[in-house]
Design a protein around this ligand. Sequence first.
Ligand code: NAD
Length: 339
Amino acid sequence: MLGDPGFWKRKRVLVTGGAGFLGSNLCHALAALGARVTALDAMQPEGGANPANLEGAGVMLVRGDLRDTELHSLCDRIDVLFNMAAQTSHMGGQKDPVSDIAINAVAQVRLIQVMRTAAPQAAVLHASTRQFYGRPISLPVNELHPVNPPDANGVSKWAGEQYWMLENRVLHRPVVSLRLTNCYGPRLRIADARQTFLGIWMRKLLENEPFEVWGGEQLRDLAYVDDVTRAFLMAAEQASKPGVSGEVFNLGGSPPISLRDLAGAIIAANGGKGGFTTREFPADRAPIDIGSYHADDSAFRSATGWATQVSLAEGLRLSLDWYRDRMSDYVDLDQAVKA
Ligand SMILES: NC(=O)c1ccc[n+]([C@@H]2O[C@H](COP(=O)([O-])OP(=O)(O)OC[C@H]3O[C@@H](n4cnc5c(N)ncnc54)[C@H](O)[C@@H]3O)[C@@H](O)[C@H]2O)c1
């Protein structure tokens, strides 16, 4: 169990972005803990949405867009909102910043206004990102690091988070925002690199083809999805506690590792099978690249008692094993998202 069943039994929970990578993992965990879960998802084709993500979860999936769906009935008297829906593509945000801010900020304000009447007491757990710190001025990055978004998506995600934090400061709603590092694990999009480079690395490995490492010296502190799910559940269970309520926290993962060493680690996790090539970081992405990042998440650890439980080697092995029998669900996405 990733959370406390005594807390979650019969709780009414809404998970926005519930058919995506992190949202669906939360849905599985919440349903197993006895919560009554509704997942709202627009099934955006360019993100991590996949109907296969919710197979066997026992939750209700409502297909709808935060920008225009009737939200009152979905939010009515819920106890907890896990707010995972977002436009997550950095290049996508640069190409279409109007849609990016419409989802990540304007639709967030729409949801906030509905929540004021439909569920004024509900706790809100907001999925935020390390992205808007930009290229770190020092490592590890704590919550006092300046906000310096490198791209439009960083601006919209920062705005969305700040609107939610206002709900705490002005109306005293229990809100906690977790600024996530790169997450990985089962139910991640692996068809291509749109969700993370690790997705396409896993696909190539599982298809016995070499993958590409861009650069190689950049550091990352990858978070395994069960650790991330547990962090959200623990934050929700303590969302009314002073020192947790109204806070933004960084959430990191395993100790920092260079992408070159990570490539070696994932091949080792694949039983030593596989190979990779390295190439220069592509010129069109370089201006929005943040270089190395790893989080100082000591504030979250001491406020909630959270700690990672899954090592990088174990998380990579569990991830690869999970996809082996499910490749068709995760590779042929045109079919999957339309289904
Ligand atoms: N996965 C990571 O490494 C990571 C890192 C930092 C932050 N985050 C944040 O965590 C959250 C979840 O990320 P994820 O990796 O699960 O992404 P994801 O793309 O797998 O999930 C997001 C889901 O939101 C849905 N969605 C998008 N726009 C919507 C809209 N207008 N209405 C309703 N649903 C909509 C998508 O269809 C998708 O299923 C996001 O807010 C993201 O910014 C994730």
